[in-house]
Design a protein around this ligand. Structure first.
Ligand code: DGY
Length: 327
């Protein structure tokens, strides 16, 4: 054969329905096996079985990559590439310890997530879903002076928690709505904050001053449940809380209490615990909680780019070349 008798590397892809451009790239170089059901994650048992003896794993944020999985894969596994920018589903030290390469998808989703974050913020502050519901249930009596009012961005204080790639793009976009200031927390001063006049402040100051609190940090042991009874209590009672990072940064029962008691005004969540959120979950009963199903990066082009980058990460690693996006 063209491979001079050598077998092609074996790749397991944990989800059907990934954009074909990326999967086709993989198929040119590798033997590709794909879990068959597009809308469901591969069951754990199946994944543990299928990963055995594979050279590469193409996974999603719905797959837990831990010691058990790596042991099940065995020594043949050379690279894991996740079609996501978040990597809290991966035990990174366990992967590194084994010399397995790790790929992810930063940058290609930044604009899409920033756009969605702005949309979610506006949907929450201007009560779009609640207002739409009022039309459907006959609650739209007439135009009324204070009906369906909420806060505006102009002259407000915006606080961005975690000014990374996504946080910067969110801030740039919100800047065009003319807030009076944009505060941020970060481990270091960011020169990128200059164009929008971003001011780095301690978290407590951001919480106390912000009218809009936007969370764009990664989920790590340090950020886990950093939004809890204590931190919600430091926010203004008029604060709008927006989270497009990971549900795990929020102590969700504490958020529920803050929304029910009026400690904060409203929340917009693209991420939560668990995902999917059961349709009868109490958070969904709250008018001041806007919930959408983890669609931050969901533009057609972005998902295609994420898939292509994931495939390229795998191919590069298998060829012994630097990964285009290595973690
Ligand atoms: C990510 O990439 O981590 C997002 O949550 C999904 O695009």
């Amino acid at each position: 054969s063209l491979n001079m008798g050598k077998e092609k590397p074996q790749v397991y892809v944990t989800r059907a329905g990934c954009p074909t451009k990326g999967i086709d790239l993989l198929k040119q170089k590798c033997d590709v096996e794909i879990w068959s059901k597009p809308l469901e994650p591969v069951p754990r048992e199946e994944l543990l079985k299928k990963v055995k003896g594979k050279d590469a794993l193409f996974c999603l944020l719905t797959d837990k990559i831990d010691k058990e999985l790596l042991e099940s894969a065995g020594p043949s596994l050379k690279v894991i590439a996740t079609m996501s920018t978040g990597y809290d589903h991966i035990d990174v030290p366990e992967v590194k310890k084994r010399g397995i390469k790790l790929g992810y998808t930063p940058d290609v989703l930044t604009d899409a997530v920033a756009e969605l974050t702005v949309g979610l913020l506006l949907a929450t502050s201007r009560r779009l879903f609640e207002a739409h519901q009022e039309i459907l249930n006959g609650g739209w009596g007439s135009w009324s002076p204070l009906w369906m009012c909420g806060p505006g961005l102009a002259t407000s204080t915006v606080g961005i928690v975690g000014l990374g790639r996504i946080g910067i793009e969110v801030a740039k976009r919100l800047h065009t709505f003319n807030p009076s200031q944009i505060l941020y927390t970060s481990r270091s001063d960011k020169p990128e904050a200059k164009p929008f006049g971003g001011i780095r402040v301690p978290l407590d100051e951001l919480l106390a001053q912000s009218d809009f609190i936007v969370v764009t940090c990664a989920l790590t042991p340090e950020t886990k449940e950093m939004f809890n009874d204590e931190t919600f209590a430091k926010m203004k009672s008029s604060a709008i809380f927006v989270n497009t990072s990971r549900g795990g940064v929020v102590d969700q029962p504490a958020l529920q209490r803050a929304l029910e008691s009026g400690k904060i005004a409203a929340a917009g969540l693209d991420v939560m615990t668990p995902e999917p959120l059961p349709p009868d979950h109490p958070l969904l009963q709250l008018k001041n909680c806007v919930i959408i199903p983890h669609i931050g990066s969901a533009t057609t082009k972005t998902r295609e780019d994420m898939c292509i980058l994931t495939a390229k990460n795998i191919i590069a690693a298998l060829q012994g070349e630097p990964l285009p996006a290595e973690l």
